[in-house]
Design a protein around this ligand. Structure first.
Ligand SMILES: C[S@@+](CC[C@H](N)C(=O)[O-])C[C@H]1O[C@@H](n2cnc3c(N)ncnc32)[C@H](O)[C@@H]1O
Length: 316
């Protein structure tokens, strides 16, 4: 039941909110209560501890406890505040997109490192502006990967695809808010099918009438990789609130990698890079898909939990 606060000071509201979330076994209950209070008060974090005695209005306190109750009922904090930080930037999130995860920052680090290494090997400076680089983020969701890459590589030509039109709307809004809407072309597409293939141009050009043949220096993707049969073991915040198309790829969870790797081989320039995020147990199924006649310099990067999280490979 929603609490009615008698003491509406910041300190008291926070304490009550934390207590309700802890009692309901909500993970990261202190952080969640803080973020929800900051959201309704429309303040930043320094205010929270600098003004513990400040009294909030009855209306703000009621809004806060309504959000606390929704969090108790399982809605993710990010859906209640409408935002998530990623790579030091604030992204809008809605139930139409995956909430950006910290592990995905590894994928971006690996992509930037691989590009820099490629420059070094070619005898050029590893400091990249993205000049001459064409890249695509497949399954862009909130747009977090494409937007960060557009910011880190301001001279690159950046594409972002998703099969979900609703996700692309969120990604476009994020690109606009973060000042890179001019730098990214968003495309509704099943994997890379919206781009004409260089290998089968006639077949592909029939499908993609608005795009001229393209080949990429970099293809990045954080695909859906949860096994359908693991759905019940997911936290309810994820299972009941994040988009199924962003979570599940099939019964095993690694079904999308095969098609993506095949298409990537057709769309990368020689020396082009493929960088994929992996599910915690995807590596044994995905690694054999990298046919050595197409791929070289295969590397795996672990996340902070020591799990193989990013797979990178270079097209021969
Ligand atoms: C795991 S989410 C990743 C979202 C975002 N890139 C991130 O890292 O937070 C996977 C995304 O791929 C999209 N997707 C799923 N199947 C797809 C397909 N066949 N082609 C293109 N996008 C797809 C989903 O709609 C979802 O936005």
């Amino acid at each position: 039941m929603t609490s009615v606060a008698t003491d509406r000071s910041v300190r008291s509201l926070l304490k009550q909110g934390i207590g309700q979330l802890r009692e309901a076994n909500v993970p990261s209950f202190t952080l969640a209560a803080e973020l929800l209070l900051l959201h309704v008060a429309n303040r930043d974090r320094t205010w929270l501890y600098a003004h513990p005695e400040e009294i909030l209005s009855a209306e703000t306190a009621a809004q806060y406890f309504a959000l606390i109750q929704r969090r108790v009922n399982g809605e993710p904090t990010q859906h209640l505040t409408g935002k998530q930080e990623f790579w030091g930037l604030e992204f809008e999130v809605t139930p139409d997109v995956l909430i950006p995860r910290p592990e995905t920052e590894h994928l971006i680090e690996v992509a930037l490192d691989c590009l820099a290494l490629r420059e070094l090997r070619a005898g050029r400076s590893p400091r990249l502006t993205g000049d001459g680089i064409t890249l695509v983020d497949v399954g862009t969701g909130s747009g977090c990967i494409a937007i960060v890459l557009a910011k880190e590589l301001p001279d690159a030509t950046v594409y972002a695809t998703d099969i979900s039109a609703a996700a692309l709307d969120v990604a476009r809004r994020n690109a606009s808010r973060l000042g890179v809407s001019e730098c990214i072309q968003f495309l509704e597409s099943n994997l890379l099918e919206g781009f004409p293939s260089l290998v089968y141009p006639e077949r592909s050009l029939r499908r993609a009438t608005n795009h001229s043949p393209l080949s990429f220096d970099l293809i990045v993707c954080n695909p859906p990789y949860v096994a359908q049969r693991d759905a019940e073991s997911l936290p309810r915040e994820v299972r009941d609130h994040e988009p199924p198309a962003a979570l599940f790829a099939g019964e095993e969870g690694h079904e999308l990698y095969g098609a993506l790797i095949t298409q990537a081989a057709q769309h990368l320039k020689p020396g082009g890079l493929l960088v994929l995020e992996l599910g915690y147990n995807s590596l044994p199924a995905v690694l054999p898909l990298l046919d050595p006649s197409h791929w070289t310099e295969v590397g795996v990067t672990n996340d902070l939990a020591g799990l193989p999280r990013v797979l990178a490979a270079e097209r021969h």
